[in-house]
Design a protein around this ligand. Structure first.
Ligand code: AMP
Length: 118
C-alpha cells in the first residue's frame, strides 16, 4: 500500500484539515510556504495522467473548499500537481499541493537551458 493510501486508512497519522467520503486534505510535513496542504483522492490514482475528468470535478470543489477553510481563498494561493520524473513527483498517489499564506515566488523551475525545447 502506498504512503498516501496509508494516510487515508489512518495507518499513518496526518494533520487533517478537511475530509469527506472521496477526499482528504492534510498539512504537508515539509512545508514550502506558510500554508502548504496536500489534497488527495481516497481512491488510489497514480498521478494526474490517470485521473478521470469525473473525479476531477469533485476534486476541484474540494480544493476550493480547502482554500476557504484555511482562509486563503481571497488572498490567493497556488495549486500544483507534480507528474512523473521530470515533474518531480515523489509520492505516486495523486496529490495537489495547495500553497499560500504569503506572496509566492515564481522562479527557477529547471537547471537546464529554457530555450529551444519545442
Ligand atoms: P511530490 O514531490 O509532489 O510527490 O510531493 C510529495 C509531498 O508529500 C512532499 O511535499 C512531502 O513533503 C509530502 N509528504 C511526504 N510524506 C508525508 C507525510 N507522511 N505527511 C504529509 N506530507 C508528506
Amino acid at each position: 500500500m502506498c504512503l498516501f493510501c496509508k494516510i487515508v486508512n489512518k495507518e499513518i497519522p496526518s494533520n487533517v484539515i478537511l475530509e469527506n467520503d472521496e477526499f482528504v486534505a492534510f498539512h504537508d510535513v515539509n512545508p514550502k510556504a506558510p500554508v502548504h496542504i496536500l489534497a488527495i483522492p481516497k481512491v488510489h490514482v497514480d498521478s494526474f495522467n490517470e485521473v478521470s475528468p469525473l473525479l476531477m470535478q469533485n476534486m476541484t470543489s474540494f480544493i476550493q473548499d480547502v482554500a476557504k477553510e484555511v482562509k486563503i481563498d481571497k488572498s490567493g494561493y497556488r495549486v500544483i500537481t507534480n507528474i512523473g520524473k521530470d515533474g518531480g513527483q515523489e509520492v505516486k498517489h495523486l496529490h495537489f499541493h495547495i500553497l499560500g499564506g504569503a506572496k509566492l515566488k515564481w522562479e527557477h523551475f529547471s537547471d537546464s537551458d529554457t530555450q529551444g525545447h519545442f
